[in-house]
Design a protein around this ligand. Structure first.
Ligand code: GLN
Length: 453
């Protein structure tokens, strides 16, 4: 018989060959019923899940017949009329959709504190955040409620919560995974990816969810076997560690873990060099112009006419305003206001256009580094999971994305793998590679993970 404890540590690899799939679903449902009162990883739980491998889906992706809330009041009552492409692919491969996981409203945030449904709690310390925006997905995997989960990553939303919860999070190269059926935040940055217990599991999931899709014109036709280097002896790599990993705002404990990681790489025979990637200092400012600009456009469709909440009024305009005023939370409003401003005729050149140029400059600088090095290492987050409610200044909150944002701006693959703890809280190391080097990034991460076991 499959015990709850055995289920909690089961990998996707093992679940795929486990014969009694209904036992998997039973265990998942039971653990969620028992433990999610505390963790609150889920916004909704499927009352009659199909038989298959239990997976958590971030609640900004469509599962046909199920509500997609984006953790926003404005989508209240919106039931998805179709499956997201990734969900359809999972369905075809025998997965079971046991529930939709919590996120910051419209994926805007880094803690799930901006969810209209309240924050998800970190399984390692219930007083702390699980990270975000895919905090529900990361906490659900870390607590063993599900075998694996999907997240979306616009500026770090897969990797940072994975790092905070001590699990693996992978953001693929932009264009490898279809965004059809993912509620758009910032379309030029958004990418769906796996959150799993092992690197190998992420590679397995990538083989299932990636691929060109007619329904998303930004997907590319590129055959990659994401498991190509999994479990294999990995060749010696030239690794650049960004000196910014030791910069201002990075906690001492995190710096210490990066140092340990460097020693480990050297012991494994990899060549490690410190590289100053000065342009990273522009990444946060650039992102917080581009992402809100795109978001302000994408979110204009939520006006009470077609989706979810409608606050009726005498005039159409009044109804738009009331619906949006009541439906969106403060952080989403802040982003819409910033984005509307940066796209406005008077400021377009000064902000949006300039940010596009700086985005290009950052991408070019990263390409330059990749001419000499195979991979770039940083911590995933400058800090470990913080106490719920302890960060109130948006600028402080935004700065936490410093290491994850560059991969989105440049469309690069990046993974966060757990690397021990500081004060009993997990630390994640980020490994970033050139575009389409996804299999290599996964293989390298896997080789390190295996040696750490
Ligand atoms: N923390 C970032 C933000 O608030 C990233 C969010 C994301 O990747 N969806 O925008």
């Amino acid at each position: 018989m499959l015990t709850n404890e055995a289920f909690k540590t089961m990998t996707l690899k093992d679940a795929m060959t486990y014969e009694d799939k209904s036992a998997l679903v039973e265990r998942s449902v039971e653990i969620i019923a028992k433990e999610d009162k505390n963790i609150r990883a889920f916004i909704s739980v499927n009352k009659s899940p199909n038989i298959g491998i239990p997976i958590g889906i971030k609640d900004n992706m469509n599962v046909k017949g199920v509500e997609t809330t984006c953790a926003s009041k404005i989508l209240k009552g919106y039931v998805a009329p179709f499956d997201a492409t990734v969900v359809q692919k999972l369905r075809e491969n025998g997965f079971s959709f046991v529930g939709k996981t919590n996120l910051d409203e419209f994926a805007m945030g880094a803690s799930t504190e901006y969810s209209a449904y309240g924050p998800t709690r970190n399984p390692h310390d219930l007083e702390r955040v699980a990270g975000g925006s895919s905090g529900g997905s990361a906490a659900a995997v870390a607590s063993g409620e599900v075998i694996a989960a999907l997240g979306s990553d616009t500026g770090g939303s897969i990797r940072q919560p994975a790092s905070f919860c001590g699990v693996v999070g992978f953001k693929p190269t932009y264009g490898l995974v279809s965004r059809y059926g993912l509620v758009a935040f910032a379309s030029s940055l958004d990418q769906i990816g796996p959150i799993t217990k092992t690197v190998e599991d992420s590679a397995i999931l990538m083989n299932i969810i990636a691929g060109k899709d007619e329904m998303d014109s930004t997907t590319v036709d590129r055959k990659i076997d994401f498991t190509e280097f999994i479990g294999k002896q990995f060749p010696k790599m030239k690794v650049a560690v960004a000196t910014q990993s030791f910069g201002e705002g990075v906690e001492d404990g995190v710096k210490q873990k990066v140092r340990e990681f460097i020693t480990l790489l050297e012991n494994f025979g990899h060549e490690v060099a410190m590289v100053d990637i000065d342009d990273l200092k522009y990444a946060v400012a650039t992102y917080y112009i581009i992402a809100p600009s795109e978001a302000s456009t994408n979110l204009s469709r939520f006006d009470g006419v077609k989706y979810g909440l409608r606050v009726s009024s005498d005039s159409l305009r009044d109804s738009y305003e009331k619906t949006r005023g009541e439906g969106f939370g403060d952080e989403v409003k802040r982003r819409i206001l910033i984005g509307t401003f940066t796209l406005s005729a008077a400021y377009y050149d000064a902000y949006f256009e300039k940010a596009q140029k700086v985005r290009r400059k950052i991408a070019n600088r990263l390409s330059e580094v990749f001419e000499k090095y195979d991979l770039i290492i940083t911590p995933t987050s400058p800090i470990v999971a913080f106490k719920i409610g302890s960060v109130s200044d948006p600028l402080v909150y935004y700065m936490m994305d410093i290491f994850t944002i560059p991969a989105n701006l440049a469309g690069l693959p990046a993974i966060s793998i757990p690397f021990g703890k500081v004060d009993n809280l997990p630390v994640g190391i980020q490994i970033m590679g050139p575009r389409f080097s996804d299999a290599k990034v996964l293989g390298f991460a896997d080789s390190i993970e295996r040696q750490l076991r």
